[in-house]
Design a protein around this ligand. Structure first.
Ligand code: PGA
Length: 276
């Protein structure tokens, strides 16, 4: 029988907003952002906040980011160490102050010659290896999953999500809901200005939570944070954040501007107040 997550508890999960800067900002801009974010802590009491800078900025951000804000990396290698020129291990990320790491972002999954010009082509299995490598170093993986537009059009959204979750979470166990974060990011909504409707987001999030309940049990699944990502902006975040199974947002473009990002954090907190 399929385990059912406890929806009443799902509502009480503390929301999380993550700023994914991607390949943007230099040190001066990163510091400016962090100082303004620190100054806005009072407005962000209602949510957990994590910043994911590019590798060279992590040290500068780590030295300035105030508690309780968290730090994430955008990528990690699947091996613990070795001859992997240009790569970064999970242990190195912990060493410079990261607590979280994105794994399986769609910009890294897509293959060359498809929608993305530079196509790294990370497979579902490789994403799984990265997730385990992150976990074993004590990082909290933020696992990104999401369907391409053609998959949605063919009615294959759930099959795609299931395949990505199964490959990434195979053999993974967690003792608490704080050891893993999932981000649902429909690929067609990333950087396009075309966000999923609340109905589309809720359907996907609900499906993901049910699969997490199958894997980790209903009690843990009810408290796991499932973030929505894809063209989240201050003016659409409340609507999406009100969906019962949406526990926060992974923000790309709009996270580059500190005022927009803080407004998104406030929006998520406001959306949650209306949920109950
Ligand atoms: P976007 O990116 O907010 O610019 O659509 C989201 C993401 O890729 O994480």
């Amino acid at each position: 029988m399929t385990a059912q997550p406890q929806s009443a508890e799902t509502k009480n999960v503390r929301a999380l907003v993550v700023a994914n800067w991607k390949m943007n900002k230099v040190t001066k801009e990163a510091i400016d952002f962090v100082e303004k974010l620190n100054a806005a802590w009072d407005r962000l009491r209602g949510v957990d906040v994590v910043v994911a800078p590019a590798f060279p900025l992590i040290g500068s951000v780590a030295r300035r980011l105030k508690d309780p804000f968290g730090l994430a990396a955008q990528n990690v290698h699947s091996s613990a160490s070795g001859a992997f020129t240009g790569e970064v291990s999970a242990k190195m990320l912990v060493d410079v102050g990261c607590e979280f790491v994105l794994v399986g972002h769609s910009e890294r999954r897509v293959a060359q010659g498809t929608t993305h010009a530079y196509g790294i082509g990370e497979s579902d299995d490789e994403v799984g290896r990265k997730l385990k490598s992150a976990q074993s170093a004590g990082l909290v993986p933020i696992l990104c999953v999401g369907e391409q537009l053609v998959e949605r059009d063919r009615g294959e959204t759930e099959a795609r999500l299931n395949a990505q979750l199964a490959a990434a979470l195979d053999g993974v166990s967690i003792a608490s809901s704080r050891e893993l974060v999932i981000a649902y990011e429909p690929v067609w909504a990333i950087g396009t200005g075309k966000n999923a409707t609340p109905e589309q987001a809720e359907k996907a999030h609900h499906y993901i939570r049910a699969r997490l309940a199958d894997r980790f049990g209903a009690a843990i699944a009810a408290h796991l944070r499932i973030l929505y990502g894809g063209s989240v902006k201050p003016d659409n975040v409340v609507e999406i954040g009100r969906c019962p199974d949406v526990n926060g947002a992974l923000v790309g473009g709009a996270s580059l501007d500190v005022e927009a990002f803080v407004a998104i954090g406030e929006g998520i907190a406001r959306a949650r107040e209306r949920k109950g």
